[in-house]
Design a binder for this molecule. Structure first.
Ligand code: SAM
Length: 163
């Protein structure tokens, strides 16, 4: 699966997970929405949850600061999907659901879309990367076993109810 990032460049470059992925040739960065090829776009504002039914050759994230990650920023072409309940493992937002770094979002998407090895390759570049898979092991496996978005939402409800 190809990994692409629409790179806004308004976040701390030293902590930017997308830049690090690009340094290791694990993602391709694009400076404008027009230059970004279409695919499955990871968008926390999207109405539909990502599910195995969205299997794709190309997954895309928007790397920007959370302050600017408003709905209207997501102008990338493609199928927009929100990730279901998953918790962040990065030191800034550890334990926070839904608010993932770019690498966590891409890795979560790879797992749900059936490519866990790809997720492991992405996360291996981060000290806390493996913790993301440990913290979310059960939900990620359950989401990956769902047929479609409504199945994923039903599983997610269980985790939300336990919050
Ligand atoms: C807002 S940026 C923040 C990036 C951060 N500066 C970094 O270095 O990783 C995170 C991106 O990951 C994706 N993402 C994060 N959480 C998500 C979610 N719950 N659903 C869908 N996409 C998500 C989106 O593409 C989002 O724009």
């Amino acid at each position: 699966m190809e990994v692409h990032v629409r790179y806004e460049g308004d976040d701390d470059p030293d902590k930017c997970t997308a830049r690090k992925l690009a340094r290791f040739d694990l993602a391709e960065l694009h400076r404008s929405a027009r230059a970004t090829p279409p695919g499955v776009v990871l968008n926390p504002h999207a109405e539909r949850a990502l599910s195995p039914a969205d299997r794709t050759e190309r997954v895309i994230a928007l790397d920007c600061s959370w302050e600017t990650a408003r709905e209207e920023q997501f102008t990338i072409r493609g199928k927009h999907r929100a990730l279901p309940f998953l918790v962040a493992a990065n030191p800034v937002n550890y334990g926070t659901p839904f608010q993932l770094t770019t690498v966590e979002a891409l890795a979560g998407a790879c797992c749900i879309l059936g490519d866990r090895e790809h997720a492991e390759r992405l996360l291996a570049k981060f000290r806390w990367g493996h913790t993301f898979l440990e913290l979310n092991d059960e939900p990620l496996r359950r989401y990956a076993d769902c047929e479609d978005s409504s199945g994923v939402v039903a599983v997610q409800e269980e985790y939300l109810a336990a919050e």
